[in-house]
Structure formats: C-alpha cells, structure tokens
Design a protein around this ligand. Structure first.
Ligand code: KIV
Length: 284
C-alpha cells in the first residue's frame, strides 16, 4: 500500500483515535532519511541542534540562520513525516518578527509547522503565525530557552500554583488553535490532566506515558551523547560505540597498510600501465 504523507490533520486524528504519535529530532539529511524510512510521524528540527550538533552548552546561541539551514537539510531527507522547525531564542520578540521568522522556516527551510516556546505569554506570537497560515506546535513546561528563569533544568509544575498556571498555558494555546503541544519536564499526573483537557495532541518529553505521543532528542535516544543523562532519557542504541568501533578499525588498517587493498583501488589497463616507465622518464 502506498504510504501517505502525514499532515497536521493526521496528528489531530491520531489523538482522536488514541494512536500514539512518534516524534524525534533530526538535524541533517541522512538521519532524516532514516527516521522517515522507519515511519516516524513527526520530525522536529529542534534548537537542541545547538547542544547536539553545534557544540554549544545550551540552545540560547542558536540563530535563525542555523535553523533555516538545518531545516532545509532535513527537508531534503524527509518525504512522509510532518516536518516541524523550532523558533530559536529571540526569534519571537514581537508577533511581526515571529511571523517573518516562521515564514522563513517555511519558505527557505521547507517546514510544515513551527514550534515557539511558551504559553499565555506568547499567545499573540502564536496568533500572528497562525494568521499566516502556518500550523503551530506549542511547547510548555521545562522550556530550555527559559533555563535562566527556571534556575537550571528543573522539573516544572510541581506546586498547585505552578500546575494551575501550566494548565492556563495549555488552554490558551489550545484556544488559539495550535495542532499540538509539547509538554516537557513535568510530572506525569499534570501531563495526563492537560492531555485530557485540550483538543491539541500532546507530545511528551519527560512528561510520562499518558501524553498523546512522545518525543526524544535523537542523539539521546540512539546513544551518541555521553555524560549527564536526564531521568526521562532512555538509550535505545549505542551509536557512539558503533562509530568508535568503526573509526578504530579504520585507523588500525590505515596504520598497518591493510587498507585500501586492490578491492578498493583503481587500476590502469595493462597497455597503459606499461607506459608508466616511459612517463616517469619524461617527467624527470
Ligand atoms: O529542541 C528540541 O529538541 C525540542 C524537543 C526537546 C522537544 O524542543
């Protein structure tokens, strides 16, 4: 059966049909191709690009130029998944600027939806982008662009006041018309309540099993990243070790002159090879 391209309507339908939504990040063409082949529903070009690919310590240094370039690269590797591009830090300082930047992610990057961080506080931004005709994925909870306000990567919505405020955020986004909301770093009970209270599909990361779907940063999920691993990250593979093993073998074979053998070399035809002695003399 011919596979169908996934749209925001399919994501909404999946919530209605209680079919779990699978989302992962990607930042380049070949990994996007792999995710698309496997059948991931949503590919997010996250601003986690900063920590995972560009070597920054957080997402705050990521620019629109970075996002446009990497979204376009992922676009070239994505045929079926819904492609969402992150609005980086500082790209939404007014609704007009946000709309212009969202337009760039669509026009130059090929994104089919965009994801700004925040709830009630950015509702005019969300409306301005929706007015352009660009679908919006919300993102609330432990939003990494606000780590300095949170005082670090701290689980959010743990008090009655904070829970009520987060529910207001989710409802404001839902009423504005977002098709989905990422819930990051919040207790599962709060994520469950929000999931049951909004029409938008919720996608959890560190938000428990009851969300309509799940997202992880690809580099965490496949084990490229080392070091600190948040509680919510499960490693589904060890790609770092696979790369290390291949590079170690390559290094050994080059050093021991085991690579490249004839199998990996080009050769001259015999009659041309015989002329090499003559050529050698001529070039001296
Ligand atoms: O930038 C990112 O990768 C994200 C996900 C963690 C949701 O926003």
């Amino acid at each position: 059966m011919e596979r169908e391209k996934i749209t925001v309507l399919d994501i909404k339908r999946m919530k209605e049909e209680r079919k779990k939504i699978v989302m992962l990040t990607a930042y380049d063409t070949p990994t996007a191709q792999i995710l698309d082949e496997v059948g991931v529903d949503i590919i997010l070009v996250g601003d986690s690009l900063g920590n995972n690919v560009l070597g920054y310590k957080d997402t705050l240094s990521v620019t629109m130029e970075d996002m446009v370039r990497h979204t376009a690269a992922v676009r070239r590797g994505t045929q079926y998944a819904l492609l969402v591009g992150d609005m980086p830090f500082g790209s939404c300082i007014t609704p007009e600027i946000a709309a212009k930047n969202a337009m760039r992610l669509v026009q130059e990057g090929g994104a089919e939806a965009v994801k700004p961080e925040g709830g009630k506080r950015i509702i005019e931004v969300v409306k301005a982008i929706l007015n352009l005709g660009v679908p919006v994925m919300g993102h609330i909870g432990l939003t990494p662009q606000s780590i300095h306000i949170f005082g670090g990567h701290k689980v959010q919505a743990r008090t009655e006041k904070a829970i009520k405020s987060l529910i207001e955020d989710a409802k404001a986004l839902d009423e504005a018309g977002v098709f989905s909301i990422v819930l990051e770093g919040i207790p599962w009970q709060v994520a469950k309540l929000i999931t049951e209270s909004v029409e938008a599909a919720t996608i959890g990361i560190g938000a428990g099993i009851h969300c309509d779907g799940q997202v992880l940063v690809l580099h965490d999920a496949i084990g490229i990243n080392q070091g600190f691993k948040p509680k919510f990250v499960k490693r589904f593979g060890n790609v770092r070790e696979a790369i290390k093993s291949a590079v170690t073998k390559y290094k050994e074979e080059v050093e021991k002159e085991l690579f490249p053998t004839e199998e990996y070399s080009y050769s001259l035809k015999e009659e041309v090879a015989q002329k090499l002695e003559q050529i050698k003399k001529e070039i001296k």
